[in-house]
Design a protein around this ligand. Structure first.
Ligand code: B12
Length: 431
């Protein structure tokens, strides 16, 4: 963040000509890195959060004005009130029991920190020049997305190989069972009546509104979109009060279509195939038995935008020699089943981190049955509590993965196993 605010200040001045330093100050709130918080030995996450909080609190000139701390169970599910309270106490202890916040920047003129900041700035400026050379961020969006996927793949590969140490994950894995994760209410489950109540409130509100005013508002919006052909079409506040976001967004979608961002996952394999020889060989063997290349469909149903897992699984499957189909986030179960049918896939993989895995999977499995595709093995991954994993397996889902399954090669072996016609002929072993 020190590098970031420095760059912001410099770029605002030199590129945008903002003279007054006051207007070049970037103030922000920051959440510590939750991607690094683990499902295994989740109590260790508290130390990770505390150490990461120090980076911005000791560094006054980094200008963070608020820190948001996730909870110890970040990779398990939503934090309960007590989990949030425990995280809040971390900030309160730092603020009220220590004098850390009383000082000016504690990193200033530290040679190691300055070297690091200079190196980060240099790299960032080189990247910005590259993006400028491509015509700017909009033109370079595909490039930027693929770089994000690529850098995540490198990180995951390093954890798998042990190049990066993650305590409790790839080292010091054994230990005493955690009392925090035991008990029926260890993971927060959203009460299903909440959804029903919300839907009922919405229906009551819909029934109470003036249908003519609603239609008029939507027609006005439709006309405005046709006139302007721009997403900045006029839509006044009065109209908004009688239509839902879904209703007005549908009108805008009809006019402009729906944007599907680049997935960052190209069809052609990367050169990162080191350590994959054995799996590539088994993919080739099974492909020969199938009479064509093993095809894996990676689907991301529902509304959650957590694409990292789907991208990493698709990327590794591709690098293992599978033909992949991945259209990105927010597909409907109907679209996923159609993709499975059109693509004649051998295994379907779904990624769901929104918590709605039970209803979405039920829907996908029913639609697969209806399309006579019930024989295709389905695997799913995401934030899925163990009790729900049992329910998913009972629905016929072959494998369930969660963040603790960090060894992607093991997942790939399972997929190859499930696609193998010799195994499909016999019973599939339980997970
Ligand atoms: C990164 C992250 C984000 C990023 C997502 C960026 C992106 N493009 O993916 C951002 C910041 C955008 C984000 C936003 C939100 N997030 Co978030 N996020 C995370 C976080 C920290 C890590 C997820 C991740 O990328 N992991 C890395 C990948 C590689 O791991 P993975 O997806 O789990 O996949 C692994 C396995 O699960 C499995 N797998 C997964 N999918 C599949 C599929 C197949 C076929 C197979 C075989 C295997 C497999 O294999 C992978 C390898 O191990 C998690 C917490 C955590 N530490 O897990 C919360 C988390 C998922 N987020 C959560 C929430 C609530 C949100 C928000 C709603 C917050 C908010 N109020 O705005 C928004 C929703 C955004 C949206 N539009 O949907 C919750 C979900 C709670 C739940 N399900 O009960 C979590 C669990 C945090 C929490 N404890 O509250 N988030």
């Amino acid at each position: 963040m020190r590098a970031f605010v420095d760059l912001w200040n410099e770029i605002c001045e030199t590129r945008y000509g903002i003279k007054d330093p006051k207007y070049r100050r970037f103030r922000y709130g920051v959440q510590v890195n939750s991607l690094g918080l683990t499902e295994q030995q989740p109590e260790n996450n508290v130390y990770r959060i505390l150490i990461e909080m120090l980076a911005v609190t000791l560094s006054k000139n980094a200008r963070a004005r608020a820190v948001q701390l996730p909870a110890w169970n970040e990779a398990l599910g939503l934090p309960r009130p007590w989990d949030q309270q425990w995280s809040l106490r971390m900030q309160q202890i730092m603020a009220f029991e220590t004098d850390i916040l009383e000082y000016e920047d504690l990193f200033d003129e530290n040679p190691a920190v300055e070297r690091k900041v200079a190196a980060l700035k240099e790299d960032a400026l080189a990247e910005l020049a590259l993006i400028d050379g491509m015509g700017g961020a909009v033109e370079a969006i595909g490039y930027m997305k693929s770089r994000l996927v690529e850098s995540n793949a490198v990180r995951i590969g390093q954890i798998e190989s042990g190049e990066i140490t993650v305590v409790g994950v790839n080292t010091y894995q054994t230990g005493e069972p955690s009392p925090l994760t035991s008990g029926d209410d260890a993971v927060m489950n959203v009460d299903p009546t909440t959804e029903a109540e919300q839907i009922s409130r919405l229906n009551t509100w819909r029934a109470s509104r003036n249908p003519e005013a609603m239609q008029q508002a939507l027609d006005q919006l439709h006309k405005a979109t046709l006139r302007h052909r721009s997403s900045r079409c006029a839509f006044n506040c009065r109209s908004q009060s009688c239509v839902t976001t879904g209703e007005w967004a549908d009108v805008v979608r009809q006019a402009f279509g729906q944007y599907r961002g680049p997935t960052g996952v190209s069809a052609s394999a990367s050169n990162r195939t080191e350590g994959l020889d054995e799996i590539r060989e088994s993919v080739a063997t099974v492909s020969a038995k199938l009479g064509r290349q093993l095809k894996f469909l990676m689907g991301k149903p529902g509304l959650d935008g957590h694409s990292n897992g789907a991208e990493q699984i698709a990327t590794r499957a591709r690098d293992c020699g599978m033909e992949i189909s991945y259209e990105g986030i927010r597909l409907t179960p109907k679209e996923i089943v159609a993709a499975a049918q059109d693509g004649q896939v051998h295994v379907i993989g779904l990624s769901i981190l929104s918590g709605s895995h039970i209803s979405l999977m039920q829907d996908v499995m029913t639609k697969l049955e209806q399309a006579n595709l019930g024989h295709i093995p389905v695997v799913v991954g995401g934030i899925i509590p163990e009790d729900d994993a049992d329910r998913l397996r009972a629905m016929g889902i072959s494998r369930v993965y969660t963040p603790k399954d960090f060894e992607l090669n093991q997942i790939m072996s399972d997929i190859v196993f499930l696609a193998d016609p010799d195994h499909q002929a016999g019973p599939i072993s339980a997970q």
